[in-house]
Ligand binder design. Structure first.
Ligand code: IPM
Ligand code: MN
Length: 356
């Protein structure tokens, strides 16, 4: 029997509930496919601040690096909102991404046929559905640039800077081209090259790499236009590649047109595919501990882990199709229910497990 060591970063808010759901699904699917998982929890975010006085203790980094793969819930909450930037829970997320070298963030946004009515777009716009893979750069750009306070023209000012090296752009663009090659062979590179120097280098680098991928159709799109195109005609997109911050923003937008941000999983990867898997949504402190959060994004993140980290294709597909079935049968958590009867986090998890 194969055994995989999984590090668990439950984090804050709804993080613990949704991670526990995904763990139960992994255990169930493991039984069916003869895979054993061991789960070791590590503290991160506000939970780590409360216990250790820092958001990303060294033991957490060491534990994650020693794991075969890592599953993360979410970090942050009002309790820690007034801490200095370096002590905030969110800093831990950036820290673990950097420490594990997770420069690639894959965020698939597809419309489940059963959720067509939950999509806020007009029926004729999503008639043919959509299936987008957002490839977000995750360890560079303005998230990691120089920042601080200084005296400016109008007195004290704050600043953040964006920097991208050719190497960073090339390695994420390569992942995107390879991804497009395995899908619809269409790549949209999103930037703000009409204003930003980093975007101009981004564009130039993507164009140079395109020569190596003649089978992939590549086009550029400005980020403001992309935000508009995502709601005007999402089915035009296959693979999107973009910077850390643009990817953060566009993936929230893409998630909402799938019906709910509670649906979107993600895989954060380094050169090896072990990586860290997390829902794209946050810690939702307003609904934490109420057993109402949608666990699907985290459960689908676990499915991505099985596929990317462990090459367990059948087990992964079994989870995805169980989610599909539950949604087709009409079960909805509160975020998707639009006022109709909703089932709880635990009930949704049970339904998915029953259909594995
Ligand atoms: C995400 C989150 C994080 C990000 C925050 C919590 C730092 O919004 O994973 O999308 O901006 O990357
Ligand atoms: Mn985000």
């Amino acid at each position: 029997m194969k055994t995989y060591k999984i590090g668990l970063l439950r984090g804050d808010g709804i993080g613990p509930e949704i991670v526990d759901s995904a763990v139960r699904v992994l255990q169930a699917v493991g039984k069916k496919y003869n895979i054993e998982f061991t789960f070791t929890p590590y503290l991160i975010g506000g939970a780590a601040i409360d216990v250790c006085g820092e958001p990303l203790p060294k033991a957490t980094v060491d534990g994650c690096l020693a794991s075969d793969s890592v599953l993360l819930g979410a970090v942050g909450g009002p309790k820690w909102d007034n801490l200095a930037g370096d002590m905030r829970p969110e800093k831990a997320l950036l820290g673990i991404r950097a420490a594990m070298g997770l420069f690639t963030n894959l965020r698939p946004a597809k419309l489940y046929p059963a959720l067509k009515d939950e999509c806020p777009l007009r029926a004729d716009i999503v008639e043919n559905g959509f299936d987008i893979m957002i490839v977000r750069e995750l360890t560079g750009g303005i998230y990691f640039g120089e920042r601080g306070y200084r005296e400016g023209k109008y007195g004290q000012e704050a600043y953040d800077t964006e920097a991208y090296s050719k190497m960073e752009i090339e390695r994420i663009a390569r992942v995107a081209f390879e991804t497009a090659r395995k899908r619809g062979k269409k790549l949209t590179s999103i930037d703000k090259a009409n204003v930003l120097e980093t975007s101009r280098l981004w564009r130039k680098t993507v164009h140079e790499l395109a020569a190596e991928y003649p089978d992939v159709e590549v086009c550029d799109m400005l980020v403001d236009n992309a935000a508009m195109q995502l709601v005007r005609n999402p089915s035009q997109f296959d693979v999107i590649v973009t910077s850390n911050m643009f990817g953060d923003i566009l993936s929230d937008e893409a998630s909402q047109i799938t019906g709910s941000i509670g649906m979107l999983p993600s895989a954060s990867l380094s050169d090896n595919k072990r990586g860290l898997y997390e829902p794209i949504h946050g810690s939702a402190p307003d609904i934490a501990g109420k057993n109402v959060a949608n666990p699907i994004a985290t459960i689908l993140s676990a499915a991505m882990m099985l596929l990317y980290a462990f090459d367990e294709k059948d087990a992964s597909e079994s989870i995805v199709s169980a989610v599909d079935k539950v949604l087709s049968e009409g079960y909805r958590t509160a975020d998707l229910a639009r006022g109709t009867a909703a089932i709880s986090t635990v009930e949704m998890t049970d339904k998915i497990i029953e259909r594995l």
